[in-house]
Design a protein around this ligand. Structure first.
Ligand code: OOB
Length: 543
């Protein structure tokens, strides 16, 4: 396995292979199999573009050769920062075939995240669109290129400027050795347990298993049309079952740039979409919009909701409104995926987050002393299994904090389990704000704010919110007197530093001092209570 990654112990490797979970095929090889089987059927729809399986397969081969001509090879890290487009799919499969390793950035990321990611991954290449939603990605690339010594190539889908155009890369396919299915295929970004986000190595065979389990659970077939509204570069939409699950089944993937009903509903009608994956705030918006829409949504068979807590009442409203199957999903880039099944009762799908998908997912719920809690009680969720990582990439110094000695990943989530084995997510101990499915690491935002000369101390916590579930609230202790317009200035400061929009605090409050715990750390329990009181007094607008 790639240096800097932690391998599963040998006994687990042989067990997972013997049980048929891990197959001897790389992700790029799997696309070849799918293309052979589904050949002239439509694989991808992106605006007016339609690619068949054969076209996608050929493009992946031609691009792989092009990336190789650029000097990329097996093990090279490539930060892929593309929106939901057909090119995104072609690029990642090209890199899989070459054995180069995509690092999945989210479209909302900006200079700060990309610079960090490229440096952390020691990336040699960065793949971007020219512009997307008003941002010129080539400008981000200019800055990152000047800062990260390992970075050699910038590849642009669209107008390349001084960089290399993605279209120029397509060339005669060449024979490439198939990567070892047990090796890393790509990296996902963690939502953050403690500290800055970390990189999660996913191997070909563990991810292929993840895709197979979730596609089977959701009943994907050739007749599946999957609408991608969440970022395709996020685990949920990429492979739970998502884009890969639909391709595996011979279905059709429709790529959309946002989940806004004005865009998504016409696509559902036009393409006869059967399934989509949503985060809870989007599920609320869709439920409202469906009441008055003039578009025909009757093709929908299954809607997945996950990424953050979905209230039971909202789930019931959604079931009533759409009359299709609802599937709750509780997953994480690190691995574990729990989902309800289409055959589950209404109570199960509205009140639980489903069951872990593999019979070999070992889930423990423990108390603060590490002992298993009694059935039905809430505990810290630990997990080990055939598609859950054994260590973050290049994170030796934090390993003992994130994993138990016997290899369980310490998720930072609090959950309970029903007698039927369904998990209910109850909260979390990790210092992360779950802003409607988008994860904001408190440490990361605090670090940025502390870099401002007027800021002496800062504590960032979640405040409850009717639409997003949680919003980000920053408590700031200023050096000297708080200046007029100080929070506006801090917002501007974060923008200047190139922090993604979704990480900018929604609420601000100045304090004389942060409350402290006995050991002198910022008392986040108190800060959260304070943020909740303020949110109750002044709810944010539902937008
Ligand atoms: C998904 O993945 P990530 O990596 O963005 O975030 C993982 C974290 C979990 O540890 C948990 O704290 C939270 O997001 N979460 C949920 C949840 N699903 C995820 N919290 C409450 N209820 C849920 N249903 O978010 C993700 C990956 C694959 C599939 C679905 C979601």
């Amino acid at each position: 396995m790639l240096a800097g990654c932690v391998e599963w112990p040998e006994e687990f490797v042989s067990r997972y292979i013997a049980k048929g979970y891990w197959e001897a095929r790389s992700l790029g090889g799997l696309l070849r199999d799918w293309a052979r089987e589904h050949d002239g059927r439509t694989a991808l729809v992106d605006g007016e573009q339609r690619w068949t399986y054969r076209e996608l397969d050929e493009r992946a081969d031609r691009l792989a050769a092009g990336f190789r001509n650029l000097g990329l090879g097996p093990g090279d890290r490539v930060v892929v920062h593309l929106p939901n487009t057909a090119e995104f799919v072609a690029v990642v499969f090209a890199l899989f075939r070459l054995g180069a390793l995509p690092v999945f950035a989210l479209p909302a990321h900006r200079h700060s995240e990309i610079s960090y990611l490229c440096a952390y991954a020691q990336a040699t290449a960065y793949v971007i669109p020219d512009e997307h939603q008003g941002t010129d990605f080539r400008k981000i690339a200019e800055r990152v290129l000047a800062e990260v010594p390992s970075l050699r190539e910038v590849v642009v889908a669209g107008e390349p400027g001084r960089f290399t155009g993605l279209d120029e890369l397509y060339t005669e396919p060449c024979r490439l050795p198939e990567p070892d299915p047990g090796d890393v295929a790509f990296f996902l970004l963690s939502g953050g347990t403690t500290g800055l986000p970390k990189l999660i190595p996913r191997t070909h065979r563990d991810y292929a298993y993840n895709v197979r389990l979730s596609a089977d659970n959701a009943g994907f077939t050739q007749d599946t049309t999957y609408l991608t509204v969440l970022p395709a570069a996020h685990n949920y939409a990429f492979g739970c079952p998502g884009v890969l699950g639909a391709l595996r089944a011979g279905g059709k993937v429709v790529l959309a740039d946002s989940g806004n009903p004005d865009l998504a509903f016409p696509l559902i009608e036009r393409e006869k979409v059967t399934v989509s994956a949503l985060v809870p705030p989007l599920a609320l918006v869709w439920t409202d919009a469906a009441a008055t829409t003039r578009y025909d949504l009757s093709s929908l068979e299954l809607l997945q909701v996950g990424g953050a807590r979905f209230e039971e009442a909202a789930a019931r409203r959604m079931l009533d409104r759409f009359g299709c199957v609802l599937q709750q999903s509780f997953g994480m880039a690190e691995g574990l995926l729990a989902q309800t099944a289409p055959s589950d009762s209404e109570d199960i799908v509205t009140r639980t987050q489903g069951r872990p998908l593999s019979p070999d997912d070992e889930v423990r719920l423990v108390d603060s002393a590490g002992r298993d809690v009694a059935e039905g009680e809430t505990g810290l969720l630990l997990v080990r299994g055939p598609y859950t990582l054994r260590g973050y990439y290049r994170a030796d110094e934090h390993h003992a904090r994130d994993f138990t000695q016997d290899g369980f990943f310490i998720t930072g989530d609090l959950a309970s389990r029903t007698p039927t084995g369904h998990l209910i997510v109850r909260g979390r101990v990790k210092d992360v704000i779950n802003r409607g499915g988008e994860k904001v690491s408190a440490d990361e935002v605090e670090g940025h704010l502390l870099a401002h000369p007027d800021v002496r101390d800062v504590g960032v916590v979640a405040a409850p919110d009717a639409l997003l579930g949680e919003r980000t609230c920053a408590f700031v202790v200023f050096r000297g007197r708080q200046r007029e317009g100080a929070f506006g200035e801090l917002t501007g400061f974060l923008h200047e530093r190139g922090v993604a929009d979704y990480k900018i605090p929604d609420r601000w409050e100045a304090l004389e001092e942060l409350p402290r715990t006995g050991v002198g750390k910022a008392d986040k329990v108190q800060l959260r209570a304070r943020a909740a009181r303020a949110a109750a007094r002044r709810p944010t607008r539902l937008s």
